[in-house]
Design a protein around this ligand. Sequence first.
Ligand code: B12
Length: 224
Amino acid sequence: MVKQLDKSIVKAVEELNEDKVLMLIKKALEMEMEMDPFYLLNLVKKGMDRVGKRYENKEYFIADLIMAGIIFKEVLNIIKNTDVFKNTQKLFMGKVVLGTVKGDLHDIGKEIFKGLMEASGFNVIDLGVDVPKETFVKSVELYRPEIVGMSSVLTFTVDAMKDTVDALNEANLRKNLFIIVGGSYLNQELCRYIGADYYTNDALKGVKKCKEWIEKIKNKEMQK
Ligand code: B12
């Protein structure tokens, strides 16, 4: 039953059948015990990857990518009402400056990371999409966050990430600042090239790493 529902969700996303996707997601959430919101997000992501493949194969066009984006945002709106995205313990962990880098308009991954960080008690300063390095630098000067998060899913915007890290270094803002980058194409080698502290293709892993960083800073301060 559950496996069938999994397949139906991935397929409905791939076919860009908005009504069916939303109906199935609501149905899956009602089955609480069996479907956790993360698992559901991953199913939708799987469907999105297939949309991407169809776009590469020229079966789908830009309008279809736009539709895929709309569907994912609607799913996210539903899932954001679940406990996974709520700061139920009213924690305050620290500040994060977050944005999708210059040249890139994709924001779904960023929104997922933002929602999860807020649920974990972080104050997220969201700079939006297509964010120039200068805006990152100014925001770090202004808000003094413990973490900078950058998102990019277009391979050709990797240099925008590198340039942003370089600009933060040049502005002498790197001390005690953890830089985390996220995006589907990133890997260890690119992370080194960019000069970030950590990369991930998984928002949840990113949140875990950010929490570890905050713990590290707190421990350091206690030892002073
Ligand atoms: C929807 C979509 C769009 C929508 C985006 C809508 C929106 N609001 O975001 C629109 C229509 C705008 C779009 C436009 C384009 N797109 Co597009 N798009 C997609 C699609 C289908 C889904 C992307 C997505 O949201 N995935 C789901 C999210 C959840 O995944 P994610 O972003 O990877 O995020 C996860 C992790 O990476 C991580 N993460 C992400 N960011 C961060 C940040 C931090 C700090 C952390 C810790 C983690 C983290 O967490 C997330 C969940 O775990 C992909 C295909 C695909 N396979 O991804 C193509 C894709 C990314 N697009 C592509 C292309 C080519 C384009 C265009 C250039 C098309 C064109 N000719 O105009 C334009 C570029 C516009 C621009 N300048 O940005 C290519 C990129 C290829 C490449 N080599 O770079 C892809 C891969 C399609 C393909 N297979 O060809 N697109």
